[in-house]
Design a protein around this ligand. Structure first.
Ligand code: ADP
Ligand code: MG
Length: 328
């Protein structure tokens, strides 16, 4: 059964410089107990999808399509219902977690807050639950009395995970949850997320620019470029035998998990992803593509079959229609 279903999602930020089409027609599905990895360079629209799922985007933002989370039609919910859904149906762990905590409030109180507001339990039960959550994320219960500055970056990220779990949501969206951590701690936090996801049967949408991280945790991968999914399939298969030239470049750019040399910018991939207000015609990746053909600037690829349980938006995909200027 699918916990999260996203259909034809289009998100356009409204700025004084005009509309910014950050997400341009995305479909996603995450089942109970499944980890979907969403990858792509910075600026491709990953966080915008995360923000749309939990409706955390600026109020003026135009969002169309359909987002169903745990049976809730997210784009149609009233503000009151939305607040409840944010903790009880889906919650988010993000990169800026280190700065998201209240510096003058004890850890325990911060974990108890959503439980008291949405979990319908009393103070005593909420504290017991907070202690249990701390143990689940590998920290001793006595840490409940600590203030955020008494914790390391990795410990703070564990607390953010505990908070995300507080109201037993069906889905956790983890947006670059380990990107700011050093490699050892990153590996530990990844292991923790994976264990919790498995033990609690959670649906997890794991977002990062680093494909080598995703292949460690995800069952399936969706690769994003310029606001669209350009490839999807089983994690191992997509990582080891990518079909889309963009995925090939990404996979080559992140050979080893958490390699500091590749933070932020993939190697071997010249240039930058396009500005959403100036997306190239045809295949948006064609100006940077190593396998560009004469058809690419004019043919807008769809997610065509590119192997067993594999889709790729590329004219070279095996299931792409015969096109002039493309030889196979
Ligand atoms: P990613 O998470 O993949 O790095 P984002 O979803 O953060 O990408 O951003 C996608 C695009 O939307 C980028 O071009 C970014 O500059 C733009 N963007 C993000 N937030 C806003 C905003 N609040 N207003 C206008 N543009 C935005
Ligand atoms: Mg982001």
């Amino acid at each position: 059964m699918s916990v999260l279903s996203v259909r034809d999602l289009v998100v356009e930020y409204q700025t004084t410089g005009g509309g910014v089409p950050a997400v341009r027609g995305v479909d996603l599905e995450v089942d109970r107990g499944e980890v979907l990895g969403l990858a792509g360079e910075s600026g491709c629209g990953k966080s915008t999808i995360a923000g749309a799922i939990l409706r955390l985007l600026p109020a003026k933002t135009k969002i169309t399509g359909r987002i169903e989370l745990d049976g809730n039609d997210i784009l149609e919910l009233t503000p009151g219902k939305l607040r409840a859904v944010r903790w009880t149906a889906g919650s988010i762990v993000f990169q800026g977690a280190m700065h998201a905590m209240n510096p003058v409030q004890r850890i325990g109180e911060q974990i108890m807050e959503p439980i008291l507001v949405h979990g319908q339990s009393g103070e005593r039960e909420a504290r017991i639950r907070a202690g249990t959550l701390l143990e689940q994320v590998g920290l001793p219960t006595r840490r409940l009395d600590d203030y955020p500055h008494e914790l390391s970056g990795g410990q703070k990220q564990r607390i953010m995970i505990a908070m995300a779990l507080a109201c037993s949501p069906s889905l956790i969206v983890a947006d670059e949850p380990t990107t700011a951590l050093d490699v050892m701690v990153q590996a530990q936090v990844l292991q923790l997320l994976r264990t919790l996801q498995h033990d609690l049967g959670l649906a997890l949408l794991f977002i990062t620019h680093d494909l080598s991280v995703l292949v460690e945790v995800a069952d399936r991968l969706a690769i994003m470029y310029a606001g669209k999914i350009v490839e999807q399939g089983g994690a191992e298969a997509v990582f080891h035998t990518p079909a889309h030239p963009y995925t090939k470049a990404l996979a080559a750019a992140f050979p080893a998990i958490g390699d500091m040399r590749f933070r932020g910018r993939p190697s071997g991939l010249g240039g930058d992803p396009p500005d959403p207000q100036q997306i190239p015609s045809g295949c948006p990746f064609h100006p940077r593509c190593a396998e560009v053909t004469p058809a690419c600037p004019s043919v807008t690829p769809e997610l065509w079959t590119a192997g067993p349980a594999r889709l790729a938006a590329c004219v070279h995909a095996s299931g792409a229609p015969a096109l002039e200027g493309v030889s196979r």
